[in-house]
Design a protein around this ligand. Structure first.
Ligand code: NAD
Length: 417
């Protein structure tokens, strides 16, 4: 297949790695992001995502790659891939404003024969009901003069085991011709394609993947609470259960499920399902358990502290998962804010999050040194970053609450979730 001009709209955790892969496969890439800071960083060959190093950006900028904040540039593309955020509104319902705004900005520049692929995670029906009408408004005939597909991104930032292009790629199209065109492009980038019968199926696949993870993670947090009450070591239970060679998956407890996907996508799905009058009881329950988890962590912290006024607490890890700077929906932040509101004096350490505003107050990540650890009455491990000196934490902290099973050692001053 001849090399394509691929415009990638949204150069974040999903779009930037995809842009790199497209470029590595010899396609000409037009990276478009409305965030001028990101555009500026890319022009200076600097990465703003810790999963992507500066060298990859350097290589990218040396090849046929341009980066801009102007959607207009997409008119030169043969393929447009949308990787914009799909967050929740304050009401907990889908907020598709990024998808809609990007499409409205692109609309006047769309060209006959182009293929547009939505990669953002969203509820079944989005491509058909929201994306397609905006394109048809420009006078195009889907499957004839313009082509539309949906392909959910399955990237797991920070996962060194599975490279983006090794993960089978689910693809779909509004018509068979649309699907064929998605296939033609993505087979040059991904090792294995998984075509499905409709965009609604592909959207539902993504919803299922993340919802089952959300439900299981919420259940494992409930299991941890139950085991604590029963004075059973939950870690031993989980590790032993995983020795069963079939029907068992590894899930670990923690301060609650965070990130832009796992706690968000189930609510996209719930909204759509509830719209047609059906129930989503598992999702509702998992959400309730997940929402309670920071309160539960604070309750356990209180049980380890004698006096709120005198206690100083060090929180380790603000990002929602290890080895990333992404703090979206992070439950560590929920824990931190609850502690501040309750009157505790807190500090935090996170090598990936140098500064953060908590309860309208700016905090800076402190360095972990032997004497600083000793100052705190309690050290709470909230994110299991790889490059932390856990030995130092164990040796020099007065009391530790490990919510992420970071520590393999036991001790009278170590308390686990
Ligand atoms: N982060 C993940 O691990 C992950 C994994 C799988 C799927 N997803 C899904 O992929 C989508 C993108 O997530 P992300 O984590 O990459 O988000 P992100 O916030 O890291 O990146 C999105 C980018 O889109 C840009 N943007 C927004 N509106 C724009 C517009 N109108 N024009 C140009 N640029 C625009 C933003 O500036 C931002 O840089 C979401 O739907 C998410 O659910 C994310």
């Amino acid at each position: 297949m001849k090399k394509q001009n691929i415009a990638i709209v949204g150069l974040g955790y999903v779009g930037l790695p995809l842009a790199i892969e497209c470029s590595r496969r010899g396609h000409r890439v037009i990276g478009i992001d409305q965030d001028q800071g990101k555009v500026h960083d890319l022009h200076r060959q600097r990465s703003y995502i810790n999963e992507v190093d500066d060298k990859a950006i350097e290589a990218l900028m040396n090849e046929s790659f341009t980066v801009t904040d102007q959607c207009e540039e997409a008119k030169q593309a043969t393929v447009i891939i949308l990787c914009v955020p799909t967050p929740l509104a304050s009401t907990g319902t889908p907020n598709l404003c990024y998808v809609q705004t990007a499409l409205k900005q692109l609309a006047p520049h769309l060209q006959q024969g182009q293929l547009l692929i939505l990669e953002s995670s969203t509820f079944p029906g989005t491509t058909e009901e929201i994306v397609v009408p905006l394109i048809e408004r420009e006078g195009f005939l889907i499957g004839k003069t313009f082509f539309v597909g949906y392909s959910p991104e399955r990237i797991d930032p920070g996962n060194k085991q599975f490279h983006l292009t090794d993960v089978p790629k689910v693809i779909s199209g509004m018509t068979s011709e649309c699907l064929q065109r998605v296939k033609d492009v993505y087979e040059t980038i991904f090792k294995e394609l998984v075509p499905v019968s409709s965009t609604r199926v592909a959207e539902a696949v993504k919803m299922f993947e993340n919802t089952q993870r959300f439900i299981n993670l919420s259940f494992v947090n409930e299991m941890a609470r139950a085991c604590y009450e029963l004075e059973i070591n939950v870690e031993e239970v989980l590790l032993t259960a995983e020795t069963k060679p079939y029907g068992s998956s590894a899930y670990r407890p923690g301060p609650g499920v965070g990130g832009h996907c796992i706690p968000v996508d189930p609510l996209y799905f719930k909204w759509k399902v509830n719209q047609v009058g059906a129930t989503t009881r598992f999702i509702d329950l998992a959400k309730a358990v997940n929402d309670e988890q920071p309160d539960y962590i604070v309750k356990r912290i209180r049980s380890l502290i004698h006096s709120v006024e005198e206690a100083a607490i060090l929180l380790i890890g603000l990002s929602y998962k290890k080895n990333t700077r992404d703090t979206r929906e992070s439950k560590s932040i929920g824990v931190a804010e609850r502690l501040i509101q309750a009157g505790f004096t807190i500090a935090y350490h996170d090598p990936f999050v140098p500064v953060y505003t908590l309860c309208d107050q700016a905090y800076q990540s402190i360095t972990i040194a032997e004497d600083t650890l000793a100052v705190f009455d309690l050290v709470v491990l909230l994110t299991d970053h790889d490059d932390l000196d856990y030995n130092k934490v164990v040796q020099h902290s007065k009391c530790i609450f490990d919510t992420k099973q970071c520590l393999s050692v036991e001790g009278p001053h170590i308390h686990k979730l």
